[in-house]
Design a protein around this ligand. Structure first.
Ligand code: AHR
Length: 520
């Protein structure tokens, strides 16, 4: 018999879990309260649903951009299938060009006639030759087509202050100035609106291996020359910490302070950087282990927020989680430097648990960008030549659209807890709620438990009987995923195992499922 891996700390039913062999015992009962009469000033910024697209593997080339001459159906060089799928996701903001790539990117190589653009070697990501055919125009036009805010990440590590200053002028100035005129020569008369601008990426690592004191001084210098042109107001984001590096945040808050509008943070749900594990071949212990790790982002966000609160009690500087998600071994047979991984029900569950946590901290956390958009890490889309697959994470993001920009509603409940194989606490229930401007309440509930269903009674503090509708994302096996051969193995379907009455809703969440209830 497998050794006991998980210990129940608190539960409404007896359900100790032993490896994968244990049969379902019973359902867990949970009482939940939703204060839907209360008004809250906390909104869930739509930017919590942001994305990230780096020049890495097949994210840009092949994933988003195929060029106008491609046989793959495209609109001005952008894949039509991907563009349409992303439009349906209501992507609010897209970060580009990196990542580590940002600090070796020289933007002037990516403008002008494509055939004349110089090539470079992408040293961070597999030594691939980058032909610069996707540059500033291609990115900003893509954002316009998608209807999202661009978030451009500048180069501090290997670029100059002058280069960064000119980039901002090129993109945003409407004056009769050298950079604005160069942009016009390259076919774009009016400047773009660029709000979010990152001053370096991971400058404690691939972006220059700097100390926080040194980077803070560099930030002050570079950011000074990132000007507001022609009515465009830049929102400048300083490179922030990785995971548990609280000292980086402390130093940045002390030395940079209000010179930045946002301070970033990166957090990947990786258990062991040396042995990340397979994306598709794993057992229930591995499932719980990554749930424990992704839940720990709550402690990490909370502690970074506490440090920020000490220096900035009125919360004028935002926390920007501009890289997050799962990171597994690459798919067998693919370039290890291209970070191409599959995406199962487990990835969707990580996204649900993570997003539910992010909602809670939106008093300070104002943006989050999943890494990455297409074909890299926890992608919402995978492509192979002219084929496209929507991943379980895509369906999960789609399910969460009603939360974008909605009023955050606190939920009160106590979850059953387990300990994973690394002794991290795993809440088996994760939930969130919000109210849209038209009064519609959306409750999203995730049952992480592999053994027990979860029977929830949600008490509403008004006396209304709501019209409720539901949808569910789940699958038979935790390793299930969508492939090019079977692209619809996992998708969201209608769900109706709930009862609505005056003042309450009762719902049963099957094991390993995410359910959304819409109350009108
Ligand atoms: O997303 C992949 C890489 O992860 C990014 O380039 C870097 O910023 C981070 O380490």
């Amino acid at each position: 018999m497998k050794k006991l891996l998980l210990t129940v700390l608190l539960c409404g039913a007896i359900s100790c879990v032993m490896g994968q062999e244990q049969k379902k015992v019973t359902a867990t009962d949970v009482q939940m309260t939703l204060h839907n009469k209360a008004t809250s000033t906390q909104r869930i910024p739509k930017e919590i649903y942001g994305h990230f697209a780096e020049h890495l593997g097949r994210c840009i080339y092949g994933g988003i951009w195929v060029g106008e001459k491609s046989e793959i159906p495209n609109e001005k060089g952008y894949r039509v299938d991907v563009l349409e799928a992303l439009r349906a996701l209501k992507v609010p903001v897209l970060r580009w060009p990196g990542g580590c790539f940002a600090d070796e990117y020289h933007w002037m190589d990516g403008i002008g006639p494509r055939e004349k653009r110089p090539k470079m070697v992408n040293t961070n990501w597999g030594g691939t030759v980058e032909d610069n055919s996707f540059g500033t125009h291609e990115f900003l036009n893509f954002c316009e087509l998608l209807g999202c805010e661009p978030y451009v990440n500048g180069n501090v590590g290997s670029g100059s202050v002058e280069e960064m200053a000119k980039w901002v002028e090129y993109m945003t100035s409407d004056a009769d100035s050298p950079m604005a005129n160069l942009r016009r020569e390259n076919g774009r008369d009016k400047p773009w609106k660029v709000k979010y601008f990152g001053v370096g990426n991971e400058n404690w690592g691939c972006g220059g291996n700097m100390y926080p004191e040194y980077y803070s001084d560099l930030y002050r210098r570079y950011a000074t020359f990132c000007k507001n042109y022609s009515g465009n107001r830049l929102y400048r984001i300083a490179c922030g910490a990785s995971d548990y590096d609280y000292n980086w945040t402390d130093v940045l808050m002390r030395r940079v302070g209000r010179q930045m509008q946002g301070l970033s943070l990166h957090y990947y749900s990786v258990l062991d950087w040396g042995r990340k594990g397979s994306a598709t071949d794993f057992n229930s212990d591995d499932w719980y282990a990554v749930m424990g790790k992704c839940s720990e982002v709550e402690t990490v966000i909370k502690r970074h927020c506490e440090i920020m609160d000490r220096y900035d009690p009125t919360r004028r500087i935002d926390l920007i989680l501009d890289e997050w998600g799962t990171w597994w071994n690459v798919e067998p047979g693919t370039n290890p430097g291209h970070l191409y991984q599959q995406n199962t029900l487990r990835d969707a569950m990580v996204a649900a648990v993570s997003l539910n946590i992010f909602h809670k901290y939106t008093y300070r956390l104002k943006m989050a960008n999943i890494a990455q958009m297409v074909n890299v890490l926890q992608s919402v889309i995978l492509t192979r030549d002219d084929e496209m697959v929507l991943t379980p994470t895509y369906h999960l993001f789609k399910m969460y659209i009603p939360h974008q920009g909605a009023e955050y509603l606190p939920l009160h409940y106590e979850s059953k807890q387990l300990r994973d194989k690394n002794n991290r606490v795993v809440n088996t229930l994760s939930a969130t709620a919000s109210r849209a401007d038209d009064g519609t309440v959306t409750i999203t509930l995730a049952n992480v438990d592999l053994e027990s269903d979860c029977r929830i009674t949600i008490a509403l503090d008004d006396d209304k009987k709501y019209d409720v509708s539901g949808s569910i994302l789940t699958s038979k096996n935790i390793t299930d995923h969508n492939t090019f051969e079977n692209p619809e193995c996992i998708k969201t379907v209608k769900y109706d195992d709930f009862k609505s009455q005056k003042g309450s809703v009762e719902v049963v969440l099957p094991t390993k499922s995410i359910v959304t209830l819409t109350l009108k």
